[in-house]
Design a protein around this ligand. Structure first.
Ligand code: 2BA
Length: 108
């Protein structure tokens, strides 16, 4: 078994959960916050059989879009004074995905 952990944009959350649920995948949805932008995002935990991983990744890839966002971070302002007072464009997503081995899967 594998655990797919996907950090996605809040705006893709509804559509992705709908698609994965429709195909019978079990999902846990967590409200999370990106360490860089410090804004909300969504983290999904999806436990699946090894042979299902590629299918899950395909659904995630086809659903989650890359978006441009703007920020001014204190760290960049500190390190690069030319950024002071100017918005910085960052490309967010489509999805940041980790695929982990599951040692045991237990339900009590
Ligand atoms: P954030 O940490 O809020 O990062 C949002 C976007 O800001 C990132 O998009 C990236 O394009 C940019 N970014 C992050 N750190 C940066 C830095 N030090 N300098 C310049 N730009 C930076 P994504 O890479 O698509 O990441 C989206 C979200 O996925 C992240 O939100 C974070 O919540 C999560 N994430 C990304 N990589 C991760 C990792 N290695 N471990 C854990 N979570 C991760």
């Amino acid at each position: 078994m594998k655990l797919v952990v996907a950090v996605i944009h809040d705006e893709d959350n509804h559509e992705l959960v709908k698609k994965l649920s429709k195909r019978g995948y079990n999902i846990t949805k967590l409200a999370s916050t990106g360490g860089f932008l410090k804004t909300g995002n969504t983290t999904l935990m999806i436990g699946v059989a090894v042979e299902e991983v590629d299918h899950v990744l395909e659904i995630i890839e086809n659903t989650c879009q890359t978006r441009k966002e703007y920020t001014m971070t204190s760290s960049m302002i500190g390190e690069t004074s030319s950024f002071m007072g100017q918005p910085i464009e960052v490309s967010v997503g489509g999805a940041t995905v980790f695929v982990l081995d599951v040692d045991q899967f237990i339900k009590f």
